[in-house]
Write a protein that binds this ligand. Structure first.
Ligand code: ZN
Length: 224
């Protein structure tokens, strides 16, 4: 955990070959095992390593099969945001897989149930996504689940309010840049297949060029 006020969060999705049918546009968020290992090495050897956090979205089987062993080899830990509607399905984590990750000192968070756009749900449907996924994961892990990551990184003020009301202490977006230790909304930097080393170095060092912040803010605003 960071000792200063800000840290950077790097977010992964799938690694290697998907073992399930991908959603439209999702392939861009899958990277090869070699690329993943290269990025982890950069994180593990970074001078500001203690200010870099790692997360995974979607609960893909590669979280345990590929990511966890590589993390452990480097003394790294991560938080895995699971879609409870996919637990046990081909290509996704099973309940036992989640327990194994937890036993490896990884953290487990909720990505909801069905990978839906939370900004477009009725209040009842959003509450279901938030509360039932939380309860399901807490039952599997036997401990509180306090963080949620928002599908597609999309949110608005009503979504954030509902996440708080459901008992979460943090909401992870994909807004880019640095995150504050005590902030409820935590922007992350998602790795894509096209992610360049230079961009990654900027992210890891907390030196996001100004124009990227502007672009990120504009993109977030469009979703509000
Ligand atoms: Zn997702």
């Amino acid at each position: 955990m960071a000792r200063v006020g800000e840290y950077r969060i790097v977010n992964f999705h799938g690694i290697g070959t998907p073992m399930r049918e991908l959603e439209p546009g999702e392939a861009d968020y899958w990277i090869s095992r070699d690329r993943f290992v290269t990025i982890l090495d950069r994180i593990a050897s970074h001078p500001a390593r203690e200010r870099i956090l790692i997360t995974f979205d979607d609960g893909n089987a590669s979280d345990l099969e590929i990511a966890a062993p590589e993390l452990r080899q480097r003394g790294l830990y991560a938080e895995f945001f699971v879609l409870t509607g996919r637990i046990g399905k081909e290509g996704s984590l099973s309940a036992d897989d989640i327990r194994t990750l937890f036993a490896l000192d990884m953290r487990i968070g909720s990505h909801g149930v069905g990978h839906r756009d939370w900004t477009r749900l009725t209040t009842n449907d959003l509450v279901h996504e938030l509360e039932s996924s939380k309860a399901h994961l807490e039952q599997i892990c036997g401990c509180p689940v306090n963080a949620a990551s928002m599908p597609f990184g999309w949110y608005n003020s009503a979504v954030l309010q509902q996440i708080r009301s459901a008992g979460y202490r943090a909401a992870y977006s994909s807004g880019g840049g640095s995150a504050k230790v005590d902030g409820f909304l935590k922007p992350r930097n998602s790795i894509r297949s096209e992610t360049a080393d230079r961009w990654l170095d900027d992210v890891l060092s907390g030196q996001i060029p100004f124009w990227r912040k502007i672009r990120s803010a504009a993109r977030t605003k469009l979703r509000v």
